[in-house]
Design a protein around this ligand. Structure first.
Ligand SMILES: NC(=O)C1=CN([C@@H]2O[C@H](COP(=O)(O)OP(=O)(O)OC[C@H]3O[C@@H](n4cnc5c(N)ncnc54)[C@H](OP(=O)(O)O)[C@@H]3O)[C@@H](O)[C@H]2O)C=CC1
Ligand SMILES: Nc1c(N[C@@H]2O[C@H](COP(=O)(O)O)[C@@H](O)[C@H]2O)[nH]c(=O)[nH]c1=O
Length: 538
């Protein structure tokens, strides 16, 4: 166990912005009526420094949770920080004795990892959680780990966004005699604004998906100092520097899919992989109405990553067949547009989508209101060119007063480039998905926060379908030989394991068949039909 690290004390810096933000909207709609618990808590005023300390540690839990981004999808990003007062001092600053984040689906939860790292120091300490734990495996490990470790207080940033889990872990902890303070309910102070914002941001894709039934969409582009994304010829490599492009790999690694338009394929022949970073590789999606795409392209190499071409129904069927022969999935739409493609991505269970298209498709996506956040890399270069492409094509606006505002803007220098990121206004009010206890009946009359309702998410297009076995998220789990294998979805793993350990040579062949199935639905079909031939499996 490493020696405890000192945590920098003092109040968190005041937020450097004036406009009402994402967070303000949330706070103002979410906590209109103070809860009974909050009223009781506020009668015993906590000191400014203890609030500042809590806020700082909660923010740290969100930062720790961020390390699981791209690895846990479609599960939330969870982080846990365990801290206690510094020994033998009067200081109000805390010592961090353990930290953990959910590394991937099926691995030990953040709370268990943090408690293990803290060891005996966990006893009597406070645990900071960016999000109320869920209970994916029905074994209550998160709550159990904190209880067993002797944690006496838990600070929670957000209640769980999913109805059937909301409030469950909080109640379980309280019933074990642990003091649980939920930000905005038991802890109300301006000092928590930045911490709560971090907790929201680290799970923005899940919150958006649960609230609006669309994947969280980010538009990213690299432009010159004179606002061009390519030369007039269409040549664009490279505008931003190496370090910025490394950040793009990171953004890809956090996304379930990366989208480009037909022209970007024709001009750039991109790969759209998350190179240089380990972990999740997103699906590549090309939107092309004409399907007038090259016969050979990097995106058609599906050994790098899976590729889907979204096109207009009936477009170049001969070319569709060629793509299918290469392993590229072609999906026909009656009306190919960003909104329909986003509904489709939602149905496939995607949480986060990165748009890396040119200005033509970017304008369509913005006009269709499917973009939620923008990442603009700005490089100190001038290329000129009256017709050189710009990041966003025509939006039909002719007055600057019509401009779309970015809010909650951040600026970061990356080597010689500048990265500006911000949310597109209006930021939706997320309160319906994360209401406080008193608000729950008005949002969802049939659900009490302390009663688990059974929810159904069999297919990826069902509500909460991102959690289904069919959701296109691979898992790394043992195969029939006990070797770790990447199963394309949980359904593959589940069906194959019906036959693992069955004393019949045919069973091994069926496992191979399931591994090679083209879709989770096919894996399910094979598993269900073939099990009928095995009396012991019926
Ligand atoms: N610096 C940067 O960050 C980037 C630069 N670029 C550069 O941008 C240039 C290409 O820009 P651009 O032409 O805008 O490319 P896009 O990526 O926006 O591609 C436009 C194409 O998308 C397809 N599309 C499908 N549905 C729609 C829809 N509803 N609305 C609009 N388009 C749709 C069409 O393909 P089809 O014609 O096949 O039917 C259309 O021609 C290149 O020079 C490239 O190098 C591109 C990406 C990022
Ligand atoms: N030119 C340009 C970008 N262009 C984007 O990156 C894609 C190429 O990705 P890949 O083939 O994986 O390297 C390209 O098609 C376009 O979407 N991105 C940037 O960060 N900086 C740049 O200067």
């Amino acid at each position: 166990m490493p020696p405890p690290q000192p945590l920098l004390g003092g109040a968190a810096p005041a937020p450097a912005r004036a406009a009402p933000s994402f967070l303000h909207l949330l706070l103002h709609t979410r906590h209109r009526v103070p809860t009974a618990r909050a009223a009781a808590a506020s009668s015993v005023p906590a000191s400014h420094s203890s609030h500042a300390n809590d806020a700082l540690l909660l923010r740290r839990a969100a930062d720790v949770a961020d390390r699981s981004a791209g690895l846990t999808s479609p599960h939330p990003n969870f982080g846990c920080v365990i801290a206690r007062p510094q020994p033998n001092t009067d200081s109000t600053d805390s010592w961090v004795v353990g930290e953990g984040f959910l590394y991937a689906q099926g691995t030990p939860c953040a709370e268990l990892l943090a408690a293990q790292e803290a060891g005996e120091h966990a006893c009597g300490s406070t645990a900071y959680l960016n999000l109320e734990p869920g209970d994916c495996f029905g074994d209550n490990t998160a709550v159990g780990s904190l209880v067993q470790a002797g944690i006496t207080r838990v600070v929670v940033g957000l209640r769980h966004p999913l109805k059937h889990l909301r409030g469950k872990a909080i109640q379980a902890l309280r019933s074990e005699g642990i003091q649980v303070d939920v930000v905005g309910e038991d802890l109300q102070s301006k000092l928590f604004e930045e911490a709560l914002k971090s907790c929201l941001t680290v799970n923005a894709p899940l919150l958006y998906r649960a609230a609006f039934h669309v994947p969280f969409s980010v538009l990213k582009y690299a432009m010159t100092a004179d606002g061009k994304i390519a030369a007039s010829s269409g040549h664009a490599s490279w505008i931003s520097g190496k370090a910025s492009r490394g950040r793009v790999f990171e953004l890809r690694g956090r996304s379930d899919a990366v989208i480009v338009g037909g022209n970007t394929v024709r001009f750039d022949d991109p790969r759209l992989t998350a190179r240089h970073v380990k972990g999740h590789v997103p699906v590549r999606i090309v939107m092309s109405q004409s399907l007038n795409l090259p016969d050979e392209a990097n995106l058609w190499n599906v050994n790098d990553a899976y590729t889907i071409v979204a096109t207009q129904r009936g477009a170049r069927r001969d070319f569709q067949k060629k793509l299918a022969m290469k392993g590229v999935e072609v999906v026909e739409f009656d009306m190919l547009n960003p909104r329909n493609v986003m509904s489709y991505c939602y149905d496939r269970g995607y949480l986060a989508v990165l748009w890396e298209c040119g200005g033509t498709l970017a304008a369509s996506a913005i006009a269709a209101s499917v973009i939620h956040k923008v990442y603009a890399f700005w490089a100190p270069k001038i290329i000129g060119g009256l017709n050189a492409p710009t990041p966003v094509g025509d939006l039909g606006m002719n007055q600057m007063t019509q401009a779309i505002n970015l809010i909650d803007v951040s600026y970061e220098q990356i080597d010689r480039d500048m990265l500006m990121s911000g949310f597109i206004e209006p930021i939706p009010d997320l309160s319906p998905v994360i209401p406080s206890v008193e608000e729950i009946p008005s949002v969802d009359p049939e659900v009490s926060p302390y009663e688990a309702n059974i929810i159904s998410f069999y297919k990826t297009w069902d509500i909460f379908g991102a959690f289904s076995n069919f959701s296109p998220h691979p898992i790394h789990m043992p195969d029939e030989n006990g070797d770790y294998f990447t199963w394309p979805t949980v359904e593959y793993y589940y069906q194959a394991h019906k036959f693992v350990g069955v004393d019949n040579p045919q069973a091994r062949d069926i496992v191979q068949e399931i591994k090679l199935a083209k879709s989770p639905e096919e894996a399910a079909r094979i598993g269900r039909t073939r099990q009928k031939g095995f009396p012991e499996l019926r």
